[in-house]
Design a protein around this ligand. Structure first.
Ligand code: GLY
Length: 427
């Protein structure tokens, strides 16, 4: 059985690792992959956005399954292109992926469906947008409508910052076409958490909860990143919150999509803000989260392929998914300077030693092979992921492994899971 994983981040290494360990023992291909996926199978040369190249390879090589990791090929309709060639694909159609591809579309669906989320307005005219933020006040959130590689969101603390973000997007072309329209949303208060759910067009099965740490510096300071670490489960997501997430968020969203002739199949990530037990949607993503995937899949007990096949075949049920009772933590190591400019090509030392730490896997993100050495090849370099009998145990293993690894200017946060630790301390 041949499985192709599309993408080259930590999420894709984790998906490839989980699938490679499946009892069906599939042959793994990854495109373009990284130094971690190269150890699990064959890396191909097509970039994740090269939909024609990937389609050509699939026609010639007939994989039994293609799992698409990142949003860009999903929003570009790679699922539709491959399905038209008779290839089995895990990932939503281009129309369904618009939930991430257009913030305006996602808000319109949520508003029509009565999904809890912040109030918003959409603008293409900078003057009208600035007038709106002056009326509304700060803090306020400015989002580029389209895909902006994780850089299109500004949480403005002041009206001046909001106006600058509006002008950057609408006048300065900071995000190209993706920013030619902005969605301006009220700032939500509360605590963030992430839910990933598998959806087979009809049935929704939510995966274990997690919490991401988006800011670069400890105490959640500094610029936003793709995520500096995650842990699972996140106790802020109580049974009662989960019930609301299912009924008020997933069920309502899917029903509204269906009314518009859109069937959602794949994973739908709901970025949540939880305030006093009430979840609201901060954003939808049409893919697995990164680094949430590392933390969540580390706890998936047994095979994942049956659930993926059930998503594609429309036969998904809760019974296909079991969770290990252990807690997990993923600590992301980045290249110094990230999320701004950073060096590439620095040799990463002691990966084997870190992988030898008990209950720990080092997932690669921005890594590449240079001869027989593993070198940095991106800003997000590694996601060190550990399981433990409780959160402190998982954290202790993860940080032992992190401290074992070295590369020039390596940077990581020392306070992953700090909110959960505080909750534990406070009983
Ligand atoms: N961890 C945030 C994301 O995957 O978008």
């Amino acid at each position: 059985m041949k499985v192709l994983v599309v993408g080259n981040g930590g999420r894709e290494h984790t998906l490839a690792w989980k699938l490679a360990n499946d009892s069906a023992k599939p042959e793994i291909f990854c495109t373009p992959g990284n130094a971690g996926t190269a150890e699990l199978g064959t890396n191909l040369a097509f970039g994740a956005g090269d939909v024609d190249g990937i389609k050509g390879w699939c026609i010639a090589n007939q994989p039994d399954l293609v799992v698409i990791g990142p949003e860009a090929p999903l929003c570009a309709g790679l699922t539709d292109l491959l399905e038209a060639e008779g290839i089995r694909v895990f990932g939503p159609s281009g129309a369904a992926a618009e939930l991430e591809g257009s913030k305006q579309f996602a808000k319109e669906i949520m508003k029509a469906a009565g999904v809890p989320t912040s109030a918003y307005e959409t603008f293409t005219d900078p003057e009208a947008a600035c007038e709106y933020v002056r009326e509304r006040g700060a803090p306020i959130v400015i989002k580029a409508d389209g895909l902006a590689a994780g850089k299109g969101v500004t949480v403005a603390e002041t009206v001046d910052q909001a106006e600058a973000a509006i002008r950057d997007a609408l006048e300065g072309n900071a995000f190209g076409d993706a920013g030619s329209r902005v969605v301006i949303e009220d700032f939500l208060i509360g605590e963030e958490a992430s839910i990933l759910a598998l959806i087979d067009g009809e049935n929704v099965v939510m995966l274990a909860s997690s919490q991401d740490h988006k800011r670069i510096f400890e105490k959640d300071e500094g610029p936003n990143t793709g995520g500096m670490g995650a842990y699972s489960p996140a106790s802020i997501v109580t049974e009662s919150v989960l019930k609301k997430v299912k009924e008020e968020i997933y069920d309502r969203t899917l029903a509204e999509l269906k009314k518009r002739g859109i069937v959602y199949k794949g994973v739908l990530y709901a970025g949540l803000m939880i305030d006093d037990g009430q979840p609201s949607v901060v954003e939808f993503n049409c893919r697995f989260g990164d680094p949430e995937t590392q933390a969540v899949l580390a706890r998936w007990d047994g095979d994942m392929l049956p659930a993926i096949n059930a998503v594609i075949d429309g036969s998904l049920s809760e019974g296909l998914i079991r969770w290990k009772p252990e807690h997990s933590v993923c600590v992301v190591m980045v290249a110094g300077g990230y999320p701004g400019n950073y060096e590439k090509g620095n040799v990463i030392e002691n990966l084997d030693e870190a992988n030898a730490v008990a209950d720990t896997v080092v997932f690669h993100a921005g890594t590449a092979l240079d001869g027989d050495k593993v070198v940095t090849a991106g800003g997000r370099v590694l996601g060190i992921t550990s399981l433990g009998k409780d959160l402190p145990d998982a954290l202790s293993k993860a940080y032992i492994a992190v401290e074992t690894i070295s590369f020039k200017d390596a940077f990581y946060r020392n306070d992953i899971a700090h909110r959960e630790l505080r909750r534990l301390e406070n009983g």
